[in-house]
Design a binder for this molecule. Structure first.
Ligand code: IMP
Length: 197
C-alpha cells in the first residue's frame, strides 16, 4: 500500500514522536518546519475545538496542505472546567508549568470534589472538509505533586483506575492510555477506514 502523507500542525518534538509511533509506518507525518512554517500560530479561540481548527486552517490557507492540529486542556469540575483551553497560560503568559500547577493546587485547596479530566481535540482538514476527533481521560487531582516524568500537570493528575500520577507511571504507560493517544487512535481509525489521502 502506498504511504500516505499528512501535515501535523506542530513543531513540538514530543508530540511528533508520539503521533508517529501511534500512526505507524503507513503514514508519513510532516511537521510544520518541514513545510517551511516556523511561526507560532496564535491560539486565540476560547475552545479547544476552536484553537485546533485555527491552527489547521492556518496551514491549509497559507501553505495549501491537508493537515491536522491538536489542542489539549485540563478540565477541573470544581473549577467549572478551568483551566481548560487556558491550561498552558493558567498562571500567566510565561507558560510556566510549575506555576500553573501551584495555581491549580491553590484554587483546589480544601475542595472535596477533586474530579478532573484531560481532553484533547484534533481538527483534520482535507480538501474542503473539516473533521474533529476527541480523546478524554477522567481522573482526579492530588493535593500535592508526585513524580518527575511527563510534563505540564502530569505530577498532580491520577487517571481513573490507577494509583500513580501520569508523572509517576512514565511515558510508556501514559502514552497507552492518554487523552492524546485516544484522540490520535480515533484519527487513525478514520484515516485507515473512511478516507483516501
Ligand atoms: P497543548 O494543547 O498540547 O499544547 O497543551 C496545552 C497545555 O495543557 C500544556 O501546556 C500543558 O499545560 C497541558 N497539557 C497538555 N497535555 C498534557 C499532558 O499530557 N499532561 C499534562 N499536561 C498537559
Amino acid at each position: 500500500m502506498m504511504n500516505k502523507k499528512i501535515v501535523f500542525a506542530t513543531n513540538n518534538r514530543h508530540k511528533l514522536d508520539e503521533i508517529r509511533a501511534i500512526l505507524g509506518d503507513s503514514y508519513t507525518i510532516v511537521s510544520m518546519n518541514e513545510i517551511g512554517c516556523c511561526e507560532d500560530i496564535p491560539e486565540t479561540a476560547d475552545t479547544l475545538e476552536g484553537n485546533a481548527l485555527l491552527k489547521a486552517r492556518h496551514i491549509k490557507t497559507h501553505y495549501g496542505y491537508d493537515c491536522f492540529a491538536d489542542d489539549t486542556g485540563l478540565e477541573v469540575n470544581a473549577l467549572n472546567n478551568a483551566p481548560g483551553v487556558y491550561s498552558a497560560r493558567y498562571a500567566g503568559k510565561a507558560k510556566d508549568p510549575k506555576a500553573n500547577m501551584r495555581k491549580a493546587l491553590k484554587e483546589m485547596e480544601n475542595q472535596p470534589d477533586r474530579s478532573a479530566r484531560f481532553r484533547t481535540v484534533i481538527a483534520l482538514i482535507t480538501g474542503e472538509k473539516e473533521y474533529f476527533f476527541e480523546g478524554i481521560v477522567e481522573g482526579k487531582l492530588l493535593e500535592e505533586a508526585r513524580g518527575n516524568a511527563g510534563f505540564g500537570y502530569d505530577p498532580i493528575f491520577v487517571p481513573e483506575g490507577y494509583t500513580e500520577t501520569f508523572a509517576e507511571m512514565g511515558g510508556e504507560v501514559k502514552n497507552e492510555i492518554s487523552h492524546r493517544a485516544k484522540a490520535v487512535k480515533q484519527l487513525k481509525r478514520f484515516l485507515d477506514t473512511d478516507f483516501t489521502l
